[in-house]
Design a protein around this ligand. Structure first.
Ligand code: NDP
Length: 449
């Protein structure tokens, strides 16, 4: 294993996030490989860390002033052993091949945990939609899809949203795909309700995170009622995490964006959350604007010089990191433990550094890794694909109850897989082992391809 990791690092030394994701999985699946020599004989590890296909392309587009810009687009088709590639698109200036490969690799195991027929992929571009007009975003999406369309399809690769790609962007991407291919298919998920979207898809990731947190608390005879919660981010995942927390009796104290965070000691209630949705989704503004209407809240500007993230210094029972990768480091994790946090349930992908995860596991808090905890989004994307194939639309209650059931099953799967290897209570190990074994068995069944 060490030599495989060394080779990955030597081949692509700059892909730090991808190395981190691979290392995290490798460490926990070691006992599985020891128990299954066949996996080693078939070079399963070497195959699973190498994407089936990497697509990188130029995205030229024109801004409102007539100036031409060139961005870089990506699609990493990581693994199709259990279904068509499936995973979101991220538009953010920090996007690199390393970030997309890490996300695609996580997606493979996450999708496998849902038990739906979805392989893993991820894509995006180093384009920043922030501050761009709707017309500029539309032109960018059209240029991006002009190339991506030749690589995707409802039975091949089905992208969705992620950071910077919401309902608006999915609409523009879908429109261009339809025009170029002359077909109306379920090639993207996260579509608007009027043209093939599923009820509960916007809410699914955040709701799923909270359902998973409730399942974990249930193992200790507890509920979310009265629990104080730190939530980071203020986008899709954070908003619906907060919404479901409120519904289940939790008290949400914080929200953030890349410029800073707000702390409202009185709690961000349903009315205040609606205001946040208005700021972020309609006006596309900044989270600091919250304090203009609710001056009792404090706003803390992001300071990139700090070696810790101040949002995690507030005392609370639970934390739901829902912004981006590596937003909790070792120091933050220790502060959270000292402040009494008993549950960390990850809405963002890989928000905790490996040493932060070690601290959570060593301190026996309830730690729900992103692969399991935020799988509700892609699960409902899978349900959207099923509805598209049938040309049917299920009612809200049906989709929500399926989502709840899937999160319950993922929780049980993690508990059982960790127990099978003597790692009771370690959800990170359980998620990696269960996700890995499903994919590997499918790969073995399908031969050396
Ligand atoms: P959104 O674009 O809707 O929101 C992202 C939020 O995180 C914004 O508040 C954004 O702030 C903040 N953010 C982004 N980058 C940074 C950064 N570098 N530092 C600090 N804050 C940052 O994205 P989503 O809510 O969809 O995604 C959030 C996380 O959840 C991501 O890790 C994503 O991969 C993961 N996820 C999303 C799923 C989905 O269904 N949408 C499914 C599973 C996982 P700002 O407004 O300043 O950009």
């Amino acid at each position: 294993m060490d030599s495989i990791l060394a080779k990955i690092i030597q081949r692509d030394p700059e892909q730090k996030e991808f190395h981190q994701a691979v290392q995290e999985v490798m460490e926990t699946v070691r006992p599985v490989l020891e128990r299954n020599p066949e996996f080693r004989k078939q070079a399963i590890l070497e195959r699973i860390v190498e994407p089936e296909r990497v697509i990188m392309f130029r995205v030229p587009w024109m801004d409102d002033q007539g100036q031409v810009h060139v961005n870089r687009g990506f699609r990493v088709e990581m693994n199709s052993a259990i279904g068509p590639y499936k995973g979101g698109l991220r538009f953010h200036p920090s996007v690199t091949l390393s970030i997309i490969k890490f996300l695609a690799s996580e997606q493979v195991f996450k999708n496998s945990l849902t038990t739906l027929q979805m392989g893993g992929g991820k894509g995006g571009a180093d384009f920043d939609p922030k501050g761009r007009s709707d017309a500029e975003v539309m032109r960018f999406c059209q240029a991006f899809m002009a190339e991506l369309q030749r690589h995707i399809g409802p039975d091949t690769d089905v992208p969705a949203g992620d950071i910077g790609v919401g309902a608006r962007e999915i609409g523009y991407l879908f429109g261009m795909y339809k025009k170029l291919r002359n077909e109306f298919t379920g090639v993207l998920t996260g579509k608007s309700l009027a043209w093939g979207g599923s009820l509960i898809r916007p809410e699914a990731t955040g709701y799923g995170v909270v359902y998973f947190a409730a399942e974990m608390l249930g193992t200790r005879g507890e509920t979310l009622e009265g629990k104080t919660c730190l939530v980071s981010g203020s986008g899709n995942v954070a908003q619906f995490t907060a919404e479901k927390l409120l519904e289940l009796g939790g008290k949400v104290l914080t929200l953030s964006d890349s410029s800073g965070y707000i702390f409202d000691e009185e709690g961000i209630d349903a009315e205040k959350l609606e205001h946040v949705k208005d700021i972020k989704n309609i006006r596309r503004g900044r989270i600091r604007e919250y304090c203009e209407k609710y001056p009792q809240a404090i706003y803390v500007e992001t300071d990139p010089g700090l070696d810790y993230n101040p949002i995690w210094t507030h005392s609370a029972d639970c934390a739901m990191p829902s912004a981006t990768q590596n937003e909790i480091n070792e120091k933050d994790a220790q502060t959270m433990i000292n402040n009494g946090v008993q549950l960390v349930c990850e809405g963002a992908n890989m928000p905790s550094s490996p040493s932060a995860v070690d601290i959570f596991v060593e301190n026996h808090i309830l730690y729900g890794p992103s692969k399991a905890a935020n799988a509700g989004g892609v699960a409902v994307s899978g349900l959207e694909m099923a509805q598209n194939s049938m040309r049917l639309k299920w009612p809200r209650e049906e989709v929500d109850s399926r989502l709840k059931q899937i999160m319950h099953c993922i929780h049980t799967t993690c508990v059982d897989a960790s127990a099978e290897y003597g790692l009771q209570g370690n959800y990170a190990a359980g998620a990696n082992i269960a996700g890995f074994v499903n994919v590997v068995n499918a790969m073995l069944d399908q031969g050396l391809v």
